[in-house]
Design a protein around this ligand. Sequence first.
Ligand SMILES: Cc1cc2nc3c(=O)[nH]c(=O)nc-3n(C[C@H](O)[C@H](O)[C@H](O)COP(=O)(O)OP(=O)(O)OC[C@H]3O[C@@H](n4cnc5c(N)ncnc54)[C@H](O)[C@@H]3O)c2cc1C
Length: 420
Amino acid sequence: MDAGLSRTMPARHVAVVGAGYAGMAAAVALADAGVRVSIHEAASVPGGRARRVELRGVVLDNGQHVLLGAYRVLLGLIAKVGVPSQALQRVPLELRYADGFRLRAPPLPAPLGLLAGLLGARGLSWGERLQATRFMLAMKRQKFRLARDMSVDALLAAYRQDGRLASHLWVPLCVSALNTPSALASARIFLAVLRDGLAGTRADSDLMFPRVDLSALFPEPAADYVRARGGELHLDSRVQDLAALRNRHDAVIVATAPQHVKTLLPEYEPGYAYQPIVTCYLQYATKVALPLPMLGIAGATVQWVFDRGALLGAHGQLACVISAEGRHQALDHESLAAACHLELARALPGLPAPLWNRVIAEKRATIRVDPDLPRVDESAPGPGIVLAGDYLDPDYPPTLEAAVRSGLRAAGLVLARGAR
Ligand SMILES: Cc1cc2nc3c(=O)[nH]c(=O)nc-3n(C[C@H](O)[C@H](O)[C@H](O)COP(=O)(O)OP(=O)(O)OC[C@H]3O[C@@H](n4cnc5c(N)ncnc54)[C@H](O)[C@@H]3O)c2cc1C
């Protein structure tokens, strides 16, 4: 036989551990290639860290999520599994704070839109606008790359991005996109976000808000797609014996969060630190609404507040998001909900008292995106076992987009390696 020809047999039956966005992306790609896929999910709902939860009689998400127009792979998959485009509300980038700060990118080709947005930003001095414009142009000149990684704070200091530029623009962007305090976060990954989200095409910087719950946005329709192609999703099915699963299948994709990789394949969790995200849902009278779907609160514990009435029809329901570590972690849920309401009431005069609250604290929402973060290779576990998950992308922060990109890479590896 020609040595250049592969002897590998195609994989016919593949197991996926974890029905988060990464695992479901992998399953869809394998099902498309004619492979029978069996997905095992420990929880009773698919979606992992982006899932529907029912908490004391109220259906919510485990955390409010925002997508970007730059999430091309995820948006493509959502369309592929048949989710109508109305499931996401797409709006041109607008960062507006309750204190009057406002940055809106006009519909111009990149990077003109952002530059015009910076120059026209309300709440910045002319000096700050010019400093920000110089910074973006300097980053563009160096193709949003750095010779050596450093913290986001060090990068901002080097380009004199202080005052409101730091407090209303770069630091909130860093904390939201990397879920890591700017003093600790990798400037290299931050610049990748600026490149893809702010300096790509105009549509890349669009904000996209789910109008359905996060399980219905992709994991559940993806499961239907896989079932229609001969596969199955087993809920409440925690995999404990990876070797036994491997023996029953041509290959296994381990698409769990890294802290769960630790229990299945301990050598492939290189000692990540983790960061929390807290979502505090406050239900007000149904007439309460925000002026736009997402509003920033500067200098407060709450970073962004979302109007679930405008988005999901849950009128009067506001979701307060607190990304990354902070002093709020010392508060119990009732005290935190009270503190969130006080901050909102200060920012939105006339806000009545909330009718109820639900606080969901995801202690290990994502890995901490340190400078020079070690990343594991998806194929590292060797023949028959491939990793997938949001923590595996060397160039992107741990997000839904990183998760599905990794899922597709994992499926590609399985298809290329065949049944070995
Ligand atoms: C509160 C919060 C807010 C966020 N906000 C955003 C945002 O606005 N935008 C954004 O892009 N990203 C956001 N993220 C990040 C995003 O949710 C994650 O990057 C993404 O969901 C990770 O997907 P994943 O498939 O890699 O992992 P996971 O979602 O963790 O999926 C892994 C799955 O594996 C299952 N599992 C684990 N062990 C086993 C086992 N032994 N057997 C069977 N199943 C197992 C788990 O139950 C889970 O369902 C947020 C995350 C959180 C927590």
